[in-house]
Each structure stands twice: as structure tokens, then as C-alpha cells.
Ligand binder design. Structure first.
Ligand code: GDP
Length: 177
């Protein structure tokens, strides 16, 4: 119906960047210290944003490496992507670049609704990725960016609000899933 829109969201990123922690924090509002890293989970959550109800399906993927092939379940009928790196891992930043290339190749469009997230912002003593690097990458991709802490529930709701806003830019166009 018009009163409720559905949105299918995929969370992608290198292993151990906090994809599950972030998803569980958003959906269930609590911190889990560890999930099975190899298991994919799908969560649902109703979100009210901008006066609109969204029924969200959030796929927390098992984690990608440079050899992973983008699964069609993670590419077909998807309304938006959360691309997660950890500010404590330079290689996790390199991984989101590879993942983004795969999404662009797969979908054949340069612009896909996505949000770039630098998680673990609470671990500033272990920082390997500067704010500037994250912001600059997102600028190149024309997508929103934020740092966040899934552990401390900082900016977690913001991620999904920004993604819904991005997905609205596609809604009603031919490119909409
Ligand atoms: P995934 O493999 O990307 O799903 O990563 P997990 O969600 O399993 O998290 C990997 C590890 O990082 C776990 O021990 C989490 O508790 C920890 N972690 C996740 N998010 C944060 C965060 O924001 N801050 C800190 N300090 N640890 C985090």
C-alpha cells in the first residue's frame, strides 16, 4: 500500500567490521558481543521516517573478501546498501572499494543507493582510517558517509535514515527495483 513501503537492504563489508553488531543494535537495540561470522541473517524492522512507514528487510551478510562473488540475492531487488569498514582497519576500507565496484558492475549503474559507514569509532586509539579518507571516498561515490559505533549505539539509526533518503531518490524511476 501507499501507507507502507518495503525496503530491502543489504549490509556488506569485510569480516569482523561489525556488520552483525550494527544490524542487531539497529533492529533489537542491544549490543551482542559476537555472532557466528559465517552465518547470514535476515532481520525485519518497521521504521517511521519522514512521516512514512517503511517495512525494512535487512540482510546481514556473512562478510566478503576479494574473492567473493556478489550473490544475486545481494544484488537483485535491493533498494540500498550499507557498506561497512572499520576505522581500525585499512584493509577493510580497501574491501569496500572492491565491493562497490562489484555492485556497480552487477547492476550496471554508476549510482546505487548506498551509505558508507566507518564503524568502531569508539576505538580511536587504534584508528587506521582518517575521517577525511572516509568522507572523500563517499564524495567520489556521491553517497552519504558517517562514522559510527555499533558498540555504543552512536549514529546507528542515522545510517538507516540516510539510506532510506537515498532510496527515495530512485523510487518512481525506471531504475527502481
Ligand atoms: P561482522 O563479521 O562484520 O558481522 O562483525 P561482528 O558484528 O561479528 O563484530 C566483530 C567484532 O567487533 C565483535 O567482537 C564485536 O563485538 C566488535 N565490534 C563490532 N562493532 C563494534 C564497535 O562499534 N566498537 C567496538 N569496540 N567493537 C565492535
Amino acid at each position: 500500500t501507499d501507507n507502507e513501503k518495503s525496503r530491502k537492504i543489504v549490509v556488506l563489508g569485510f569480516r569482523a567490521v561489525g556488520k552483525s553488531t550494527l544490524t542487531v543494535q539497529f533492529v533489537e537495540n542491544h549490543f551482542v558481543d559476537s555472532y557466528y561470522p559465517t552465518i547470514e541473517n535476515t532481520f525485519t524492522k518497521a521504521i517511521k521516517y519522514n512521516g512514512q512507514e517503511y517495512q525494512c528487510e535487512i540482510i546481514d551478510t556473512a562478510g566478503q573478501d576479494e574473492f567473493s562473488i556478489l550473490n544475486s540475492r545481494h544484488a537483485v531487488g535491493i533498494h540500498g546498501y550499507v557498506l561497512v569498514y572499520s576505522i581500525t582497519s585499512k584493509s577493510s576500507l580497501e574491501m569496500v572499494k572492491i565491493i562497490r565496484d562489484k555492485i556497480v558492475n552487477y547492476t550496471g549503474s554508476e549510482w546505487v543507493p548506498m551509505v558508507l559507514v566507518g564503524n568502531k569509532s569508539d576505538l580511536h586509539l587504534q584508528r587506521q582510517v582518517s575521517e577525511e579518507e572516509g568522507r572523500e571516498l563517499a564524495h567520489q561515490w556521491s553517497c552519504p558517509w558517517t562514522e559510527a559505533s555499533a558498540k555504543h549505539n552512536e549514529n546507528i539509526n542515522l545510517i538507516f535514515e540516510m539510506l532510506l533518503a537515498e532510496s527515495e531518490k530512485l523510487a518512481g524511476t525506471d531504475a527502481a527495483p
